[in-house]
Design a protein around this ligand. Structure first.
Ligand code: HEC
Length: 138
């Protein structure tokens, strides 16, 4: 192989691989709205996110694997525990003692805040993450 054909092969391969990379990037970006189902963010879901931020739930919990590792992952909590259980947790005081050493604080959340958090968790649970985070147990 002479110098010119080596150069041509390098340029050709670079162009082809870059085109494939670009095509796959566009495919990924196009799939994001459907995967994140952003069209389904209702006012309640948005309010639930505000309540989540106001009380800094992320200081102890994770969502989609991001956050603190003191308490359980919550993006899949509706699927793992069911809506009724989540409501009980949010309504119940910490002093009632479920859990051996770690306790969930009582935030005195209003009915509206609890309903919105539940809607927020339902919405989170439907994001298509290709099973990320993996191996989460109850
Ligand atoms: C100081 C740390 C801390 C903060 C802040 C906190 N939690 Fe928790 N949470 C916990 C712990 C610890 C548990 C596990 C309790 C147990 O299993 O006995 C828990 C459990 C839960 C559960 C049940 C999860 C499961 O899989 O059983 C939900 C739902 C929940 N928290 C929601 C929230 C929400 C919403 C907020 C913010 C309003 C919040 N938490 C803030 C510590 C915290």
């Amino acid at each position: 192989m002479n110098k010119a054909s080596a150069r041509n092969m390098f340029i050709g391969a670079t162009v082809i691989v870059s085109a494939i990379f670009l095509y796959m990037t566009v495919l990924s970006i196009k799939s994001f709205p459907a995967r994140a189902h952003t069209g389904k963010i209702t006012e309640e879901v948005a309010w639930g996110k505000k309540v989540w931020e106001k009380h800094a739930c992320i200081d102890c919990h994770t969502l989609l694997g991001e956050g603190a590792y003191y308490a359980p992952e919550l993006s899949n909590v509706i699927k793992r525990r069911g809506e009724d259980y989540v409501r009980v947790v949010l309504e119940t005081t910490a002093v009632q003692g479920w859990g051996a050493t770690r306790r969930m604080p009582q935030f005195d959340l209003s009915k509206k805040d609890i309903n919105s958090l539940v809607e927020f968790f339902k919405w989170m649970g439907k994001i298509e993450t290709s099973n990320w985070p993996p191996n989460i147990e109850g």
